[in-house]
Design a protein around this ligand. Structure first.
Ligand SMILES: [Zn+2]
Length: 275
């Protein structure tokens, strides 16, 4: 079994129902499609009971739930994942970088059903990319971007915002002179131009402003990516593509940003049947 095939079999899509069911998966891997039937035609889904509406509140008190989660990992997914981890131990070659929000509810690895080694992920408040800035400072996002593009040579970067984003809500709140936090307020000011545009757009009802700024901030971050010379060069030479997306937490729905129109379009959750 190849590394990718193994990865698919041990990190299946999350399903709530228990038991064994037929499992087919068609997926683009390094420019080609392959289809597989894992574990002899059926796949046992582990940890269905993990996905409940009850958060692990004891994280706040001690490490009990973290240790318990680690033990589930070691007993459940890890035995089958061990050879994949051994393959990955000295090197990573992810083709995709994702810049997402730190929000606990919008996890790129889960949303994109990705295995270790497949996604290079940077998460921060608001899924924001700052503009290229060479002044001295601690440029965490820029460092990750530099590594992803110049060393890992990722072929695509996805900026993914999400619904109900606290970071974008903080940006919006600053307009009414309620800056949030010592570090948060100046950070989310990256999207201040989007806030201005959204507030001045009289066609956007006040209740829709948050989602509008979440969408707009994705577009702004894509623009900011192009202010980095190494990103601009890679895009110009067709070695790198940039895209945006937005995830609805309540609906579990991914919306993809149209590169031409900048509008967000719902991604069909099922593969359309071919007639
Ligand atoms: Zn957020």
């Amino acid at each position: 079994m190849s590394g990718n095939s193994l990865a698919r079999s041990i990190f299946p899509k999350v399903r709530i129902s228990a038991g064994r069911r037929p499992y087919h998966h068609a997926r683009r891997v390094k420019g080609s499609f392959y289809k597989e039937r894992a574990l002899g035609g059926a796949l046992t889904y582990h940890f269905e009971t993990r996905y409940t509406s009850n958060p692990m509140t004891s994280f706040a008190d001690d490490a009990h739930d973290l240790i318990a989660g680690y033990r589930r990992f070691r007993q459940g997914k890890y035995p089958e994942a061990a050879s994949l981890f051994r393959t990955l131990k000295d090197n990573q070659t992810p083709a995709t970088m994702i810049i997402a929000c730190a929000d606990s509810r919008a996890d790129p690895s889960m949303i994109f059903d990705a295995a270790p080694g497949e996604l290079f992920v940077v998460r921060n408040v608001g899924a924001l990319v700052p503009p290229f800035d060479e002044t001295p400072g601690l440029h965490g996002v820029s460092a990750a971007l530099e590594f992803a593009v110049t060393s890992l040579k990722v072929r695509q970067i996805l900026v993914m915002g999400h619904g109900g984003c606290g970071g974008m809500a903080a940006c919006l709140a600053a307009e009414t002179h309620q800056p949030v936090g010592h570090f948060i307020a100046p950070w989310v000011e990256i999207a201040s131009s989007v806030r201005k545009t959204v507030i001045e757009d009289t066609t956007i009802p006040e209740t829709d402003r948050l989602e509008a700024i979440e969408h707009g901030a994705v577009g702004l971050s894509l623009e900011n990516l192009l202010t980095f010379p190494f990103v601009r060069d890679a895009v110009a030479n067709r070695r790198l593509s940039l895209d945006g997306a937005w995830f609805s937490i309540g609906r579990g729905e991914l919306h993809w940003r149209n590169r031409t129109t900048g509008r967000f379009e719902t991604v069909m959750a099922e593969v359309p049947s071919v007639r």
